[in-house]
Design a protein around this ligand. Structure first.
Ligand code: NAP
Length: 550
């Protein structure tokens, strides 16, 4: 028998741990992915437990309660498609759903499908070790519980491990500080406060206008200027909602056949094949319509630098005409990366916020943050007095949540070692050397480049079918073949290199936002529809690229 990981020695087993339970599958996380995984596995007759760190379900939408938090995908399609009854009965109120509304939706789903009885809240999984002899995963939580199951599915999210910059002096700050991804449930009052926001990604850009409206003074610490498109949010008219509900079958089919899992196609026109006036009119219409669809205006915005520059320039011109102070407008103008090579934010009055007298923009690329003092933040250019600091500094994306668990596969090998040079997976679904472990929206899958619920449903359906097949065939073990994994990693790199996506030097897609993290383009950029086809072919060919053993 191969050596087992040292984590589960007899001496370590406390009384609580001895009460370990056997189930057919352990799922980690009770967000969009974990809830649906539970529903599907239970539906195929398996006993399942979902272990969730939070005190409530909802994942991203449980934790991210910062001011202005809402989804950048539209409510009609940022939702489950697996139940027509569900999509017919649920009423969304706005074009883009607010965080409390999505959280209410997920709680409704948990009740409607009777999911709660198999969800254990307030338990963070700290370790998962594969028992080579027994073909089982042994899972340990921070409450000392042990669970054992032949199958382990991670539903930990791609953006759930907060990235809090290690700024000297933060511990000695006299005021309060928060990370947007760990927002207090009771809320935060900014009234009468001098507030600093660090970060101008999608989160910062949502939060900044809302905080500015409440705070006495807001100072925004910007490292990289960002392109942002107006969201054009508003209430969903009943007639519009009824129309969506009537057409849901077609909408869902379209979502599944597109590059990004959205119910619209990327234009087939190339940006330089039309006249300047035609191109401007197309961008202007997309700007008026608002939202992420702007990036679908032309076929080649992510593959041709000259084409992209036309979109980048269009947005730069909108910033220049919106922001009254020319110096501030220039600071807000992105010039160091092409549009949409970092995940593009969408906003409600973001650039307009800098026209307020009580908002100051500080360029921390030119003058880096040096320290937090008891009364504020010092950059190379001077000191800013603050009562409250908000870190909208993002996440240790994609790998962070998985590497936060001490995962050990065959022979006690750690996931951390397996991914020392960056994540390596087969289809983003499995990692060689870690049998019977499935990673929903793992690195190497389209995940964050798509509408997440669409990708989540595809992964969950594939995993459910796979496990059902294994159980029917009496297969005890499924494992990615190292050569298949290498080929997939090479393909993932090749597909990314054919786009402009790796050109954004500071992008979290590349792991570049976390000091010391290997720089590898992590999601699969070949598109949702092409990816789904590949997954289906693999399954149809008897799970090609996986080793199945009885
Ligand atoms: P992010 O995109 O990684 O942005 C983090 C921001 O903080 C960036 O401006 C970054 O600057 C800055 N930053 C990080 N560390 C810093 C430091 N030490 N000093 C100064 N500035 C620092 O994170 P996010 O805004 O939370 O968004 C992450 C992803 O979550 C999004 O891209 C999106 O996929 C998802 N999201 C979705 C929604 C939605 O749909 N509603 C909303 C929010 C977020 P650099 O750019 O220079 O690194």
């Amino acid at each position: 028998m191969r050596p087992r990981a040292p984590r589960f020695t007899v001496a370590d087993v406390t009384a609580a741990q001895q009460e370990h339970e056997d189930v057919d599958a352990v799922v980690i996380g009770a967000g969009f992915a974990g809830l649906y995984m539970l529903h599907r596995l239970r539906g195929s007759g398996m006993s399942v437990v979902v272990l969730e760190a939070g005190d409530g379900i909802g994942g991203t939408w449980f934790w991210n309660r910062y001011p202005g938090a809402r989804c950048d995908s539209e409510s009609s399609y940022y939702s489950y498609s697996f139940s027509d009854e569900l999509q017919q009965e649920w009423e969304w109120t706005e074009r883009y759903p607010r965080q409390p509304e999505i959280l209410a939706y997920l709680n409704h789903v948990a009740d409607r499908f009777d999911l709660r009885r198999d969800i254990r809240l307030g338990r963070r999984v700290t370790a998962a070790t594969f028992d080579d002899g027994g073909d089982r995963w042994e899972v340990l939580t921070d409450t000392g519980e042990r669970w054992s199951a032949p199958f382990l599915v991670t539903a930990v999210g791609c953006l759930s491990s907060a990235n809090i910059p290690k700024i000297p002096g933060l511990d000695a700050f006299d005021g309060e500080w928060f990370h947007t991804g760990m927002w207090p449930h009771e809320g935060v009052s900014f009234a009468g406060k001098r507030v600093g926001v660090v970060g101008t990604g999608s989160t910062g850009i949502q939060a900044i206008p809302v905080i500015a409206a409440e705070a006495d003074h807001l100072t925004v610490f910007q490292r990289t200027a960002n392109y942002s498109i107006p969201a054009r949010n508003g209430p969903l008219a009943p007639a519009e909602q009824a129309e969506v509900k009537r057409n849901y079958d077609a909408i869902r089919d379209l979502q599944r056949s597109t590059t990004n899992g959205h119910p619209y196609r990327i234009s087939e026109r190339t940006a330089l094949s039309v006249t300047d006036d035609e191109r401007d009119a197309i961008y202007a219409a997309a700007w008026e319509r608002g939202g992420l669809r702007f990036r679908a205006s032309f076929a080649d915005l992510l593959t041709d630098a000259d084409a992209n520059e036309t979109a980048s320039e269009f947005i730069r011109a909108r910033i220049a005409e919106t922001v009254q102070d020319a110096g501030v407008a220039e600071m807000l103008t992105p010039r160091d990366h092409p549009f949409a090579t970092k995940r593009p934010p969408i906003d409600t009055h973001y650039f307009e916020t800098y026209n307020r007298d009580d908002v100051t923009l500080v360029d921390v690329k030119a003058s880096p943050i040096e320290e937090v003092t008891p009364t504020g933040m010092r950059t190379a250019a001077g000191h800013h007095e603050l009562d409250t600091i908000v870190f909208a500094t993002g996440f240790d994306a994609m790998t962070g949540p998985l590497l936060g668990i001490d995962v050990r596969g065959t022979g006690g090998a750690t996931l951390r070692d397996a991914w020392a040079e960056g994540p390596k997976t087969y289809l983003g679904l499995q990692v060689a050397g870690f049998p019977n472990l499935f990673t929903i929206t793992g690195p190497g899958s389209p995940s964050v480049l798509t509408n997440m619920p669409t990708s989540i449903e595809q992964h969950v359906d594939w995993i459910t079918d796979c496990i059902a097949h294994l159980r029917e065939q009496g297969v005890r073990r499924i494992e990615a073949v190292p050569e298949a994994q290498e080929a997939w990693v090479a393909h993932t790199n090749e597909v990314a290199a054919a786009t402009l996506l790796p050109r954004a030097g500071s992008s979290w897609y590349l792991g570049a936002n976390v000091p010391g993290k290997p720089r590898v383009f992590m999601p699969y950029a070949g598109g949702f529809a092409a990816y789904t086809r590949r997954c289906d072919e693999v399954a149809a060919a008897g799970y090609e690229g996986f080793a199945l053993s009885r």
